[in-house]
Design a protein around this ligand. Structure first.
Ligand code: PLP
Length: 476
């Protein structure tokens, strides 16, 4: 393209003031702050300028019609004025999806949260004594009641819980951990790194696939503070492998006068074996098994808010509470409200399975999943008068996620969509950019939606999304 035409095109770009005079943008000012509108105008003008100047592009094809620019500006305006943190539809089938906010909260916990946020509360006020109290008492009693632990402390998340426990009980001393359990959890939580920053010294023992009690025993010396077990929550070592059971480890600890701690990761109160998932020890079993301190997340298999829960012997939990770091890791009233609202449901296991969405989704019977997938498939096909999409219901597999129960899939049913008229990538992109965004996955060149993680009220929204997508391709 000749330089002159580039200059011509650049001259044709309208100025900010001229655009501001256009009726649709003047009207937008009645609904949006002027600052955001100006930002949107400048953003779109800069985009067009870059396209004109792009030596690889054909500047001549840049559309500088005012009506087109107005459309782009209004699109940008809607984008920048929307909330940054928004609801999305999880069609991935991954129940505890860390990128999508982990656990959905039980209705009762949500109502408790709203109630406690609207009013003052006794967060740090002892109503009996009429004076200052502790925020840590609220969840403690019910945690002890449900798990059999002597004492409990709730902090910001499980990474914080592990950090606090190591710092309190092992700063400057050695902690013995099996090589097979030096886990990395997504988002840069690595046991060796957490150990280092807590001030504890990692003593690795055994081999990646096998560690024996004698390995721990051989590493014990005058500097040893703790024997630590980490639940390898996001991977499994299979084949010729063995690890030391909690019972063996606590026996060893007792013989040598050492504390034993376990990072459970997910921390389930319910035995999932009847739902086809093996190998997730319950919190109650771990407490009974003699661990002096146990840590786990609030928003993985427990199905509550983000939190790190520390259970253990009273004297050890007291030490943790007195550590100044606890103040930096403390939870707010919102977390405590939601956590208590969730924990109370566990007093009746049946109620917990019904009302805690994470548990309900894991336990949904296959026949129900098939029915739900068939219903959604029919709704999408029903909106597709020209049969643009090929919509099928198929068996597939969901995952629990959140680093829980690795290598174990839950049988499920998915709705699979493909089209001769549209690439699967374009379907995925359209759905991801829809309001609300619909997050599915692509498999064998089809767009898949897993019935397990879809909520009932999302079906009509998904149908509407497909209607909107169809409107962009059916032009007759
Ligand atoms: C998930 C996990 C953590 C981190 O828990 P967060 O609540 O995400 O901070 C730590 N240890 C194990 C074994 C885990 O699975």
């Amino acid at each position: 393209m000749a330089n002159t035409s580039v200059q011509d095109l650049l001259r044709k770009l309208p100025g900010v003031d001229a655009l501001l005079q256009l009726e649709p943008l003047r009207e937008a000012l009645t609904q949006h702050p002027r600052k955001l509108l100006l930002e949107s105008i400048r953003h779109v003008l800069e985009e067009q300028r870059q396209r004109i100047l792009d030596p690889k592009g054909s500047g001549a094809s840049v559309n500088l019609e005012p009506s087109h620019l107005v459309q782009l500006i209004l699109q940008r305006l809607v984008q920048v004025s929307d909330y940054a943190l928004r609801p999305v539809i999880n069609a991935t089938g991954i129940v505890i999806h860390t990128n999508l906010g982990r656990s959905l909260l039980p209705q009762e916990a949500i109502e408790r949260l709203a109630l406690l946020c609207r009013s003052y509360n006794n967060l740090e006020y002892d109503l009996e004594k009429g004076k200052r109290g502790s925020r840590y008492v609220h969840a403690e009693a019910i945690l002890c009641e449900l798990t059999g632990a002597e004492a409990a402390l709730v902090v910001n998340n499980n990474a914080g819980a592990v950090f606090l426990v190591l710092n309190t009980l092992a700063q400057g001393k050695e902690v013995i951990v099996s090589r097979g359990q030096l886990v990395e959890i997504g988002g840069s939580f690595r046991i060796p790194d957490v150990m280092r920053s807590s001030g504890a010294i990692l003593r690795e023992v055994g081999c990646t696939n096998r560690t024996h009690a004698r390995d721990y025993e051989g590493a014990i010396n005058g500097e040893t503070a703790l024997l630590m077990k980490v639940h390898t929550s996001n991977y499994r070592i299979v084949g010729f492998s063995s690890e030391v059971s909690l019972e063996e480890l606590t026996a060893l600890g007792r013989t040598h006068g050492l504390l034993v701690i376990e990072d459970l990761g997910s921390g389930s109160f319910i035995n999932f074996a009847p739902f086809g998932l093996q190998g997730e020890p319950t919190v109650q079993e771990t407490v009974r098994g003699g661990a002096d301190v146990v840590t786990f997340s609030g928003d993985k298999l427990l199905g509550g808010p983000q939190a790190g829960i520390i259970l253990g012997r009273k004297s050890l939990i007291e030490k943790c509470k007195k550590n100044p770091l606890t103040r930096a890791l403390r939870v707010d009233k919102m977390t405590l409200a939601v956590l208590e609202g969730t924990l109370r449901l566990y007093r009746d296991e049946r109620l917990a399975m019904e009302q805690i969405p994470t548990l309900r989704m894991i336990a949904t019977p296959l026949s129900v999943l098939e029915e739900r997938a068939a219903k959604l498939a029919a709704m999408i096909s029903g909106a597709d008068a020209h049969s643009i999409f090929e919509v099928t219901v198929e068996p597939n597999a969901s995952q629990v996620g959140g680093g829980s129960l690795p290598a174990q899939n839950l049988p499920t049913f998915v709705v699979a969509v493909r089209s001769e008229r549209l690439s699967t990538q374009k379907v995925e992109l359209f759905m991801r950019n829809y309001t609300p965004p619909l997050i599915g996955r692509i498999e064998s060149d089809r767009f898949l939606m897993d019935a397990r993680t879809l909520q009932d009220d999302e079906f009509t929204v998904i149908q509407q999304a497909f209607k909107s997508l169809l409107a962009t391709i059916v032009t007759d």
